[in-house]
Ligand binder design. Structure first.
Ligand code: SF4
Length: 398
């Protein structure tokens, strides 16, 4: 992996019109600074907006499964055949789940091109995802089968077959996948994995590729139910059943009455106001905790992380972690003498072939996912793995 040169974040416009979602409200509640940094501009590293994320095969797996479930359900919804016939026909025509999954994986991997933190892992991700194709197939099939149970066994009988206008974008039927709702009064939106419109009650289903069901999943579904209760195309708001379908066999369900949903409004409105305020501060608050920072995509540009006990990897013990050093002299062969910025200790950074000539004395280097080894001579050496990241850091313009 190349050495990336970063200058901190250059700009973030808090006044830019943005729609909140369950996940972005949650992100601001966890750490406002993360929200802001993730949406800043980093022209020194790439031309797109936001900080590039380091993807993983687990992340791509979730996206691929959701995309394929949506494709099958959309086809069934638009077909004049029975749901089972339509799904079987679609799968047969496209080579079955395995071929469809492979094609969807390629679409997602293609999106990583140009991402300086992920592009070099495309082949590795492909290999990992293809090696678990049987498990992806089981997962997708489980979600598709769960979706099919909500279709009537005859030709779909559209509840309201007109194209939606205004706040929603898709044609509404009995079963609607990836249903987008943008609220007309509040700046907030949601994508419902599966919305099933019924006579007695409506159902909202969310598919999670994780095995466990976390409390925030319910917050997300309640928000979707609230959005749906206010949606212009919801002509008869009624009790809503919320289900989380997780792993390949877990389903949990709760019900909300229309009155429950109405009472959510105050809470959601307060969260939106608070989030707007938190991200518009000149120095958005950082909340460096082990849980928040462990997988934070922007920790390398977050000084609060490096200056906190969470980001400090001090001490003479062998360990994996993140390190911040200043280069003090060139030892040759891609090896550098360094000073650890949080302790002042001296050590050696062993870059070997990954030294591309961009490092020089006095530079600040931020390292993610490296191994700190204490040698028999009591020297601290920093070693890299294939996935370790090296950033040459210079502070942002003031
Ligand atoms: S590293 Fe931690 S404190 Fe910094 S932005 Fe990320 S979550 Fe927030």
């Amino acid at each position: 992996m190349q050495i990336l040169k970063i200058k901190g974040h250059e700009s973030f416009d808090p006044n830019k019109r943005r729609n909140w979602s369950a996940s972005t409200l949650q992100e601001v509640a966890e750490c406002p600074k993360r929200y802001v940094l993730r949406r800043g501009n980093f022209p020194s590293i790439w031309r797109k907006s936001g900080f590039p994320t380091k993807s993983s095969s687990a992340q791509i797996r979730g996206i691929v499964v959701h995309a394929l479930v949506s494709k099958v359900v959309d086809f069934v919804e638009s077909s004049t055949e029975t749901p089972l016939q339509a799904a079987m026909g679609y799968l047969r025509k496209n080579g079955g789940y395995v071929e469809l999954l492979k094609a969807t994986i390629e679409v997602e991997l293609d999106k990583l091109k140009g991402n300086p933190r992920s592009e070099m892992f495309i082949d590795l991700f492909r290999k990992e995802l293809v090696s678990e194709i049987a498990s992806l197939r089981n997962q997708t099939q489980f979600f598709v089968n769960k979706s099919l149970t909500h279709f009537k066994s005859t030709v779909p009988d559209a509840v309201g077959s007109a194209n939606l206008t205004g706040s929603t974008k898709k044609k509404i039927g009995i079963v609607n996948s990836e249903f987008h709702i943008e609220d007309a009064s509040y700046p907030i939106e949601g994508f419902i994995d599966l919305l099933v419109v019924g006579d007695q009650r409506d159902r909202i289903l969310d598919f999670k590729t994780s095995k466990d069901i976390h409390p925030e999943y319910w917050e997300q579904l309640k928000l979707y139910a609230w959005l749906w209760s206010r949606c212009a195309e919801n002509q008869f708001p009624k009790e809503t059943e919320l289900s989380i379908v997780a792993g390949i066999g877990t389903i949990e369900t709760i019900s909300l009455t229309h009155e429950d949903l109405l009472s959510l409004e105050r809470d959601i409105s307060a969260k939106i106001t608070e989030s707007d305020q938190l991200i518009s501060l000149k120095e958005p608050m950082a909340i460096p905790t082990a849980e928040n920072c462990k997988f934070c995509a922007v920790k390398v540009v977050c000084d609060d992380y490096w200056e906190s006990s969470v980001g400090s990897n001090a001490g003479k013990t062998d360990s994996w972690g993140d390190l911040r050093v200043r280069i003090t002299s060139d030892l040759g062969g891609g090896n550098w003498k360094v000073t650890f910025l949080d302790t002042g200790e001296i050590g050696m950074l062993l870059l070997g072939e990954r030294d591309d000539g961009s490092i020089s004395v006095d530079a600040e280097v931020r390292l993610l996912g490296v191994f700190k080894k204490v040698t028999e001579d009591d020297e601290i050496c920093i070693r890299l793995s294939q996935s370790s990241e090296i950033f040459l850091y210079s502070p942002p313009r003031k």
